[in-house]
Every structure is written in C-alpha cells, then in structure tokens.
Design a binder for this molecule. Structure first.
Ligand SMILES: [Cu+2]
Length: 126
C-alpha cells in the first residue's frame, strides 16, 4: 500500500490527493513532454517504456528531494536519485511528496537518444 511506502518519510494528508501523470517513452521521445502540476501536493510520475530499448528518466527535480521509485517489485527510496533507468517494457513509478515550484527539465541521456527531453512546470498552488 502507498501509505506504508511513505511511512518512513511522512504521510500525505488525507485531503491531499496524488497528482498522477503518465509519461510514455519510446524511440526517441517522451509523450507528453510538457507537464504542468501543482507544487506542494504529492506527485506520482508513471513513466512507461513502450519502446524496444532501455530508456532513462533523469531530472534535476529529484536532486534535493526525497523520492520513492517503484519498478515492478523493486522499491528504491532516497534523496539525490537523479537517474531512473527503465528497461524496455517496464514502468517506473516515481513519487515525491512535496514537489517544489519551478521549471525542471527531464531527459534520457542514453547515447544516441537525442530528442528525449521534456519539461515539468510546477506551479505554486493557489
Ligand atoms: Cu532513451
């Protein structure tokens, strides 16, 4: 259960629903590649690798944040996770409890994967 996964780093308020955004990766793009969400509300990025090659989801957004990444049965939780590697056919669920406002690039930097770029715009909630 989600709540258990977050138990170590605090619990999102019951009134604070998750913002879930699905992003599909393939050769060689992310779709969508422009994402708009609200700051300070829990965010789950579901990155689905629909391609035939491994892809990455990298973002400076994760740099100073506590992030929880689920890929299949594997869960990694920590601060400073900047690169999430996603095998062909796999799905990574990347969770942040309180995304900070700002504009954050994301990309895949596997050599020759040019064009796999995008942007997450996190707006201050009103
Ligand atoms: Cu790639």
């Amino acid at each position: 259960m989600l709540a258990l996964g977050w138990a170590l780093i605090g619990t999102a308020g019951a009134q604070d629903p998750w913002q879930t955004v699905e992003i599909r990766a393939d050769e060689y793009s992310f779709n969508p590649n422009r994402i708009l969400v609200k700051a300070d509300h829990p965010l789950e990025l579901v990155v689905v690798n629909e391609g035939h090659e491994p892809h990455q989801f990298r973002s400076a957004l994760f740099k100073d944040q506590m992030v929880e990444v689920h890929i299949g049965e594997n869960v990694v939780r920590g601060r400073g996770i900047e690169i999430v590697d996603i095998a062909a056919g796999a799905t990574a669920r990347i969770k942040l409890l309180s995304p900070p406002p700002g504009q954050y690039d994301f990309q895949c930097r596997v050599p020759s994967h040019h064009g796999m770029d995008g942007m997450i715009l996190i707006e201050t909630a009103r």
